[in-house]
Design a protein around this ligand. Sequence first.
Ligand code: BGC
Length: 396
Amino acid sequence: MKGLYSAVLASAIAGAFAAPSPVEQGPVTARAAMAACATPVTLSGNPFASRSIYANKEYSKEVVAAAASMTDSALAAKASKVAEVGTFLWIDTRARISVIEDNLKDVPCNQLAAFVIYDLPGRDCAAKASNGELAAGDISTYKSEYIDPIVAIFKKYPNTAIALVIEPDSLPNLVTNADKQACKDSASGYREGVAYALKQLNLPNIAMYIDAGHGGWLGWNDNLKPGAKELATVYKNAGSPKQVRGISTNVAGWNAWDLSPGEFSKATDAQWNKCQNEKTYIETFGPLLKDAGMPGQAIVDTGRNAVTGLRKEWGDWCNVKGAGFGVRPTSTTGSSYADAFVWVKPGGESDGTSDTGANRYDSFCGKDDAYKPAPEAGQWNQAYFEDLIKNAKPAF
Ligand code: BGC
């Protein structure tokens, strides 16, 4: 039995560190095209149409270690396949910038490297689990010690295609949580920081998606237009950077893509939200963004949205119990507004601790529908990861 795991794991490791994600191409084609691009990359149009996402070494390492610790060989074999899926790599602290280069240098020409830019001052202003390292107001550190060094690294790799999700939850919080003191304190820094990021990261080989929450957030009828205005204003303040494609939605979220009627369409307040699934949301919000003066293409996180009916309330966001890995990353979405389904939240990493005594404990992580015990946001939760595999749709 052990021998079997080792073989599986050895191939997982090889897959994780060398072979491209098999999502959109067979292994033979993938191997044939493994070299980096010979000339600088200029992205225009859907960057995912001809490229799969690089399976970054950080997530692959976590998953390979998780598989190695499993006693169930069938489950371990499935886990090793997760290590080959291309996911976004979160640069959630200045220290984390150090892993970028290692995850850029081997990216083949038929793939793109994917990162999340996530270190705004006063981060996560309406919740506690993901509060960041920079205090509200510390915009100069964000610029000089976070964005600038990242830009310097990306400039060294003009031949590599890169996709970025820009600052999850930040601008949506300014639309719906503007009355919270922490969000008031963070607001100007979010706007200035996101605009600065968009402007500085506007390199030809980069495609950017500004985070737009999800259908249960900016999708409420009353939030749609203010949401579009908020994002478009920041985009225009950045000088309308060419490499912004549009928005990311459902990041670390749970909404179904096109379930109809939508998961919460029978709720008493459903009449106030016409965006009951992510497809409706991006196809409604995208045109509004265009009206407001910015591009409206979307990428949608399908990493953990396989199972519906798990949340008591739409806004429940923390380690939802019973979730499963969703549709694998692909640019075949069936919507002209959706560039790709992507895995942004690395499945298995926690959304927040369930330890009520912890500084970053958020009561959402203690709700009935939240998995317990759960470690701090970003930390590995082995049992949760195993459930994601067991509940995956399509199955591994
Ligand atoms: C956490 C980050 C982490 C990310 C991906 C966020 O909720 O705050 O620290 O990198 O999730 O797991």
